[in-house]
Design a protein around this ligand. Structure first.
Ligand code: GAL
Length: 381
């Protein structure tokens, strides 16, 4: 009898160990349906991850079957192993109150959450378009929570850095910008218009009310300072803006990146002291060729590199658009590139691309398509 018990006990251990192994070996299959622990396709698009207390939290846009407008809000999932995701429910809910900035039917995109060590608050920033106004509001929204999965409390939405000029703008550049007026450039996309945009046509237009802020990213540096990176100036120019120490406002210090370059969907990471940023061009839900930039200082200057993608469909970022780059916790030199394959006709069926970032001998990142891979990829390198 005793022997039987011992055998059963040993068998249990073997089964548990086996289960643990298969867990860590679960493949990541970009472009496929990705079921959560309830067997339902993960609904967290344009998302971002946070590592906190031994778990990853994945925040993203909840998408309905028929509209890309926000009818639910931001959903949060949690996981210890990056492959098995538990639905934690709605982290930030859109509101029934028709006067709320985040009333149902608004556009609430690309939510990102960071944790402030000093205040011990979870801080969410996102791109917000007011209900019924298309994409003209171009605001950023802020919500805060005491716990990672929420519920987050909506704080406000606004344009960014009203009344402030980029901190590195010279007197000469400012004098040139001061001469620009939209009326002089009645036709967009002429070489003169592109040049005027580069010199700050929209920067000047929005100086008083604040800069436009659409597709966005948050980045917390090693020193705890946080940055908001967003498509601004009618999606022509990216801006990188330092947040206040509590992450709840913009400090007023910012730079413009690739003026007139038309970048959106910025995703950033830092490796060996260098900042890398992958972006897309501006073609709405349709995919386009990824772009890549690097800098020794997050406030620039930023240098453009060739498209980092390799493999089939590399000119279209494998059919996706960048959303986040995760530094995997506890693994050396492990970064995952994340992108969305949008399905505007059936938004909830949008798919995810997760691929390991590889590095060439000169440390330049490349992203190679893999139908399927496991996290063991990083251990084997
Ligand atoms: C994309 C953007 C998405 C969404 C979409 C709407 O370019 O990256 O987040 O805003 O446009 O057309």
């Amino acid at each position: 009898m005793k022997m039987k018990k011992i055998i059963l006990y040993l068998l249990g251990i073997v089964v548990l160990l086996g289960y643990g192994c298969t867990q860590s070996l679960k493949p990541i299959c970009s472009g496929e349906i990705w079921p959560d622990l309830d067997g339902v396709h993960i609904n967290a698009h344009g998302g971002g991850l946070l590592y906190y207390g031994n778990k990853y939290y994945w925040y993203g846009e909840h998408k309905c079957d028929t509209t890309s407008a926000a009818m639910v809000g931001v959903i949060c999932y949690s996981s210890k192993n990056l492959t098995d995701w538990k639905n934690e429910g709605v982290a930030l809910a859109v509101e029934d109150d028709p006067h709320s900035d985040i009333t149902k039917h608004c556009v609430l995109e690309r939510p990102k959450v960071i944790y402030n060590e000093k205040t011990q608050k979870f801080v969410m920033w996102f791109h917000l378009e007011l209900k019924g106004q298309g994409y003209t509001a171009a605001r950023t929204g802020l919500a805060v929570s005491d716990t990672p999965a929420g519920p987050f409390k909506f704080v406000r939405s606004e344009r960014v850095n009203a009344g402030k000029l980029p901190f590195d703008m010279t007197e000469e550049q400012k004098a040139v910008m001061d001469t620009l007026t939209e009326a002089y450039y009645p036709k967009a996309w002429t070489p003169e218009w592109i040049d005027a945009v580069k010199k700050g046509l929209f920067l000047k237009r929005d100086l008083e009310g604040g800069q436009m802020a659409r597709d966005m990213q948050l980045f917390v540096d090693d020193d705890g300072k946080a940055y908001h990176i967003f498509a601004s100036e009618e999606n022509n120019t990216l801006q990188i803006a330092a947040l206040s120490d509590d992450y709840l406002s913009h400090s007023g210090k910012y730079v413009r990146v690739a003026p007139s370059g038309q970048n959106e969907a910025p995703a950033l990471f830092k490796r060996k002291g260098k900042y890398w940023m992958i972006t897309s061009g501006c073609t709405g839900w349709a995919p386009n060729e990824a772009r890549m930039f690097s800098a020794d200082n997050i406030m620039g200057p930023w240098t453009q590199h060739p498209n980092p993608c390799i493999g089939p469909n590399k000119e279209l970022t494998f059919g996706g658009q960048s959303t986040y780059i995760l530094k995997v916790h506890g693994m050396d030199d492990a970064y995952i590139f994340m992108a969305d394959i949008w399905r505007p006709k059936h938004p909830s069926d949008a798919r995810y691309i997760w691929l390991p970032v590889q590095f060439k001998e000169d440390d330049t990142p490349v992203i190679e398509w893999m139908d399927s891979w496991t996290l063991d990829y990083f251990k084997k390198k």
